[in-house]
Design a protein around this ligand. Sequence first.
Ligand code: EPZ
Length: 421
Amino acid sequence: MEKLVITGKTPLKGEVIISGAKNAAVAIIPATLLINGVCTIDNLPNISDVKLYCDILKDLGSKVDWITDHKVVIDNTNITSSVAPLEVTRKFRASYYLIGALLGRCKEAQVGIPGGCNLGARPIDQHIKGFEALGAEVEVSQGNITAKANVLNGTTIYMDVVSVGATINIMLASVLAEGTTVIESAAKEPHIVDVANFLNTMGADIRGAGTDVIKVKGVKELKGNAEYSVVPDQIEAGTFMLAAVASKGDIIIKNCITKHLECVAAKITEIGGKIDANGDHLRVWCDKRTKKANIKTLPYPGFPTDLQPQIGVVLSLSKGTSIINESIWESRFQYTDELRKMGANITAQGKTAVFEGVDELYGAPVSATDLRAGAALIIAGIAANGTTEIYNLKHIDRGYENIEEKFRKLGAKIERVQEEE
Ligand code: EPZ
């Protein structure tokens, strides 16, 4: 069993380069299924979710050639199956994009129902509503979801909740449909814009991505024959920003889109941290104890749920009482149990957590309950007195490229250690 061992109380200093966005990559890879030809994708993060998705594509007939750790050439000229490997897709949340992509390409798809994960219930009713509105018949049974259509016809779809996954999935299913599809109350996250830009580069006609109305004019074919570079990871950049503040460090974050980070930057400034944005660089520093703040997670451009655990660490150490209201996921406070083991004073109930700021956190053995919880525990370990051991690293490795190496370059004392079972 692997664990991360962190010796804390190190102010981070230096530069870090942000990788391509995980949540854009896990949508763009299945989106290639809509291309009747070859495409090249660059700036992919080197993480296990991306590798797994490329393996799923191979099962469907894709030719996948890795040119470097971050660049892949995918040839989807000969897709041989519309049935995804069911067991794998059941365990892998972002496999839901295979339904929209295969439905768009083959007019049929069978995928294992992406299982609930440890953030609480994760329904896909809005995805299904969108596919049905386009003319597909959708059946959910025996752990699988099957979608079929003779023809997909564009229409206007009013989303009942703002959903990243459903917005992207409906875009995927409608790119090759007859006529125009309008998605009302669409999500606006940077990776939605990135998937639309990718599809447009390959020959699609999508307008309005990044606003709450997206229009997809169906085209006959996506020819591909183009190269696309994935957007930098907003959440990875935000994670390092909050690590700089928690550790009272001073770092430069390179290769980020500062516009995507304005909401996090505003919160950091509110609590006493300092930010200087300069082109695609961001300097973040903090030289005094931070102050309390209240936060409510919201869809973009609001404060991202995927940075909630990381700012929770900062508020655990801030002066005064802070409140976080988590409005997206019902179980995203599991990390607070782990932080309490390190001396944090947090009371979490339902979707609200109250943080009574403490002067210090202390190293302890803790477990990453999910991806962002894992990132938060690394930040806590770097800011804490003493030694922290973090277990259950598979969650962290799913979504962060070389995380311990990036933190080590910033001066953190962090090692991956093999422990006998
Ligand atoms: C995406 O999940 C991200 N995952 C999540 O990232 C992120 O937390 C989330 O968006 C919110 O930003 C990927 O992009 C792969 P949603 P997604 O559909 O698309 C409800 C991470 O750590 N809902 O926007 O699954 C849902 O219950 C993760 O990287 C429905 O009710 O999220 C939630 O309350 C974890 N019905 C809200 O909408 C639906 O059909 C937003 O979910 C779909 C969603």
